[in-house]
Design a protein around this ligand. Structure first.
Ligand code: ADP
Ligand code: MG
Length: 231
């Protein structure tokens, strides 16, 4: 029953989203068509136009791939994994990018076993989204603190705190609405997709931010004792 309710909730959100996605994709498609038509008429390949066409194609690709995460069947490949290794992989992946931006990741993993039932790639997607937002909010570099701990015996808690631009209240109110972005090349899908993935894992994702000070994202996920299978 609960499962059915979640399914229908998900479907209606996806339905609303589909209209938004169609709209967002139509703009770069129109640009692409215009350039192709121009090339056909003038019979000349303009390299600058080519670069623009490539970036418009990349944008379509990004929107579609973020959207596809939502369309995947849920709870299909939940496996017992240790979140320290999932987050550790993502940190290694983004480490060189952070380094280039004068950003240092500081990790504090205090728990010994942090096993939960999850779809690993989806959780990776969440951590990539959150860490990329943190990096993008710190154009002059700084520290990103990443912690894994427990909130009581049942919940694992991941916090990711940056020293970036932070967000005003007016922006916080719009967070998680599809296509809401403060960036020139943003899709505005990252937080919404992350929130949905965490909800599918029966967890919560909470964002606190202070303008000019920084942002902290707190993710709670139900832990699972791999030995007994108990939550
Ligand atoms: P995108 O990153 O594609 O813009 P997101 O859904 O990931 O989409 O984020 C939406 C917006 O929220 C961002 O454009 C940014 O303005 C704001 N935001 C998100 N995370 C942070 C952060 N850590 N610090 C400051 N602003 C943030
Ligand atoms: Mg983002």
């Amino acid at each position: 029953m609960e499962e059915l309710l979640r399914q229908s909730e998900k479907l209606s959100t996806v339905g609303q989203l589909a209209a938004g996605v169609a709209h967002e994709i139509r703009n770069p498609l129109t640009t692409l068509r215009g350039f192709l038509q121009l090339q056909q008429q003038t019979n000349r390949l303009n390299l600058q136009h080519n670069d623009l066409m490539l970036s418009e194609l990349d944008r379509i690709n990004l929107i579609v791939s973020e959207f596809l995460i939502l369309a995947k069947p849920q709870a299909s490949k939940f496996e017992q994994k240790d979140i320290r290794f999932i987050l550790g992989d993502v940190i290694s992946l983004l480490d060189s990018e952070a380094h280039l931006c004068n950003i240092i990741f500081e990790t504090r993993f205090t728990e010994e076993r942090c096993v939960l039932a999850c779809e690993e790639n989806q959780l990776k997607q969440v951590f990539i989204n959150v860490l990329k937002n943190a990096i993008e909010a710190m154009p002059r570099g700084g520290l990103i603190q990443i912690e894994i701990g427990r909130q009581g015996p049942q919940m694992l808690m991941v916090t990711i705190a940056d020293e970036g631009t932070g967000m005003p209240e007016s922006m916080m109110a719009q967070l998680g609405s599809p296509f809401f972005t403060g960036k020139e090349a943003g899709t505005g899908l990252g937080i919404m997709v992350s929130q949905r993935i965490i909800h599918m894992h029966r967890g919560t994702l909470d964002i606190r931010s202070e303008e000019g000070v920084g942002t902290t994202v707190t993710i709670m996920l139900p832990a699972r004792d791999a030995a007994t299978g108990d939550a």
